[in-house]
Design a protein around this ligand. Structure first.
Ligand code: PLP
Length: 361
């Protein structure tokens, strides 16, 4: 068996330790005589898996008691509708558009009310985070929305926007558990787990209790009401049971590592290996302004499309997979999530140096 270095933006690399443990438990989970995949979500055994996952996540993120944690289906994209359906009481929300995912959320919200684009970085292909210290926040806005780490473009909010007292809602799909967060600064934060936490099929929503109400927009489907899921402890219907079990293992892996402070240190060290090389390389260059660089997604180019394609092809043959940039940006992108070992990035940089020596004209 040979595992490659997988730089996919998502679904993405998971800790090898977690996969091995899951493999060992595949046929008989802790003496239950069955796989977690085959288990009733209402059984005692599964209840323990779910409760432990929530408790570990609360500990890792230091989630206050007045926030609910919901494990839902429908990916991050369902939240683009679920958020306005539940939170848009005045039918107004402000959006900071820093990439395709923020744009999609903004467009979806328009179905339900007035969505205002109060800042954007589209003028420079989303290669920076706009100044959000003094934005024209709408007086009657129900919330201000951001995508905190822009998976496709490789930017990250290093400081949260000044929402002038309005509720902050954030998509943290691609920076989930990559560093400590102050949950109290948000009304709602959420993410699809397939970027940095677990297998596709689970979305985690962390929401302040006062935002969970009966008062949703008319026509909101039952499954799209936060209250239904909160009142039923994420067991209103069948949850993405196996996915949650893997997330739980990743939470334990993070705790063993020393939690999110320790994870952040590792991520900074790991990203620096790649960014430092990009800054000195005469062939490759990063596409994002330095101060807004993501620790998770690192887009870069040679400036020559043919050479980019050659690099992606040769890198793949050398065991570095999924380095092709998103179709809307081109070039390359290395996603170096929590589970990417630092050795993977060091070896990639070695390979890039060799490629540079051979191809620099
Ligand atoms: C991948 C991604 C999404 C979409 O996730 P799905 O689970 O496929 O709906 C949304 N936001 C961000 C930041 C992402 O990276």
């Amino acid at each position: 068996m040979a595992r490659i270095y997988n730089f996919s933006a998502g679904p993405a690399v998971l800790p090898e330790e977690v996969l091995k443990e899951a493999a060992e438990e595949m046929l008989d989970y802790k003496g239950s005589g069955m796989s977690v995949m085959e288990m009733s979500h209402r059984s005692k055994v599964y209840e323990n898996i779910l409760n432990e996952a929530e408790a570990d996540l609360r500990e890792l993120m230091n989630i206050p008691d007045n926030y609910k944690v919901l494990f839902l289906q429908g990916g991050a994209s369902s939240q683009f509708a679920m958020i306005p359906m539940n939170l848009m009481k005045n039918r107004v929300a402000d959006f900071i558009v820093t990439g395709q995912w923020a744009k999609k959320a903004y467009q979806e919200a328009k179905i339900y009310g007035t969505a205002n684009k109060i800042a954007s970085s589209e003028d420079k292909t989303f290669s920076y985070i706009p100044d959000c210290s003094d934005l024209p926040i709408s007086e009657n806005a129900d919330y201000v929305y951001i995508c905190e780490n822009n998976t496709i473009y490789g930017t990250k909010f290093k400081t949260l926007p000044n929402t002038k007292g309005k509720t902050l809602v954030a998509d943290i799909s691609s920076c989930f558990l990559s560093e400590p967060v102050d949950v109290t600064k948000y009304g709602l934060l959420y993410g699809g787990v397939q970027k940095n936490v677990g297998p596709a099929g689970v979305a985690i929503v962390i929401i302040r209790e006062d935002l969970i109400t009966e008062d949703t927009l008319p026509g909101t489907p039952t499954m799209f009401k936060y209250k239904i899921h909160a009142d039923n402890g994420s067991l209103y219907n069948t949850p993405p049971a196996y996915g949650i079990y893997i997330c739980g293992k990743v939470f334990k892996w993070l705790k063993k590592l020393g939690g999110l402070e320790a994870m952040k240190e590792i991520n900074e060290k790991k990203a620096a290996v790649l960014y430092n090389y990009l800054d000195e390389s005469k062939l490759f260059k990063g596409t994002v302004v330095k101060e807004d660089r993501s620790l998770m997604n690192v887009p870069f180019v040679t400036g020559d499309e043919e050479l980019d394609a050659k690099f992606v092809k040769e890198a793949k043959a050398a065991g570095f997979e999924n380095l092709k940039g998103h179709r809307t940006v081109g070039g390359m992108r290395a996603s170096i999530y929590n589970a990417m070992p630092i050795a993977g990035v060091e070896k990639l940089v070695e390979f890039m140096k060799e490629f540079e020596a051979k191809n620099l004209k």
